[in-house]
Design a protein around this ligand. Structure first.
Ligand SMILES: CC(C)(COP(=O)(O)OP(=O)(O)OC[C@H]1O[C@@H](n2cnc3c(N)ncnc32)[C@H](O)[C@@H]1OP(=O)(O)O)[C@@H](O)C(=O)NCCC(=O)NCCS
Length: 250
């Protein structure tokens, strides 16, 4: 039997280990801690009878949501299940309980995530089983330049109509637009804001700066799985931020 329960601080290391085994998008422990301290209701683990953690979901509330322009939005940062426990409904249960908490505790209007366009299994789970919709395709989103689908599930149907208007014709974010956004990250105001959120944005697949990082999971961060089975993360955001910090030091 595998049970689902809210994660405790003691679980974070096991979540990180599971992530390292299953996905190429990996994070420092402080990123899990940041999630756990900020949105404790949105971290869940799948645990066997013997107490082994075999799956997790790591989620958050979008820090920039919850204002007049942007309704409160949940975001699935990462989810994975040990290979030998897959196709047993564990990921679905993790997602269901996490999204229930987004609605009940945070009154979220929707939940978003990013998924590799080649991750057929995860796409099937999100789109066919859980009812997520593709908002747009983000070009070169991942560190290895694979594209991502940005997906969203609506808890408040009125926002689906609003998004339909906003994203109509933008199903595929063009290279030109993505490049333009990358160019904009040099803006000093943005850079200051991003530094405040530094702990939230570290992504460890790239080599970390020696003066910024205590642990170095990137050295052991290669997933044991094919990178085609990949994950939801924010590698682009962290690549941008890193570039920013370097720029500021000069
Ligand atoms: C994606 C992942 C989390 C799914 O976990 P899981 O516990 O096996 O998923 P579930 O058993 O809850 O799947 C529920 C349904 O989703 C669909 N699904 C899940 N995995 C699938 C796969 N590999 N191929 C096709 N459909 C799949 C099926 O409809 C499944 O129902 P079924 O088993 O009755 O056919 C797991 O494969 C995994 O950890 N992969 C590596 C990490 C990863 O890719 N994470 C997602 C990042 S965006």
């Amino acid at each position: 039997m595998v049970g689902i329960r809210r994660a405790t601080l003691d679980d974070l290391i096991h979540m990180q280990q599971t992530n390292l085994m299953c996905l190429p998008e990996n994070y420092q422990l402080k990123y899990y801690l940041y999630h756990g301290l900020s949105w404790p209701h949105l971290l869940h683990v799948a645990e066997t009878d013997s107490g082994r953690i075999v799956g997790y979901v790591l989620a958050k509330i979008d820090e920039e949501s919850g204002n007049k322009d942007k309704p409160i939005s949940g975001h699935i940062t990462s989810i994975s299940v040990h290979r030998e426990y897959r196709k047993l409904g564990i990921a679905k249960r993790l997602m269901d309980i996490c999204m229930e908490e987004m609605v009940e505790i945070y009154d979220a209007a929707h939940c978003s995530l990013n998924v590799r366009v080649g991750n057929v299994g995860a796409m099937s789970l999100y789109r066919d089983v859980l009812g997520f919709k593709v908002l747009q395709e983000e070009i070169d989103y991942y560190a290895d330049d694979e594209n991502a689908y940005e997906m969203r599930k609506y808890f408040k149907p009125e926002y689906e109509e609003i998004d339909a208007e906003q994203y109509s014709g933008a199903a595929k974010k063009g290279k030109k637009q993505a490049d333009a956004e990358k160019m904009n990250v040099g803006d000093e105001d943005d850079a200051g804001e991003e530094d405040k959120q530094e702990v939230a944005k570290e992504e460890t697949k790239e080599q970390p700066d020696q003066d910024e990082v205590e642990d170095k999971p990137s050295e052991v961060s290669e997933s044991t799985e094919n990178t085609q089975e990949a994950g939801s993360a924010e590698p682009t955001a962290s690549k941008k931020k890193k570039k920013n910090r370097k720029k500021k030091r000069r």
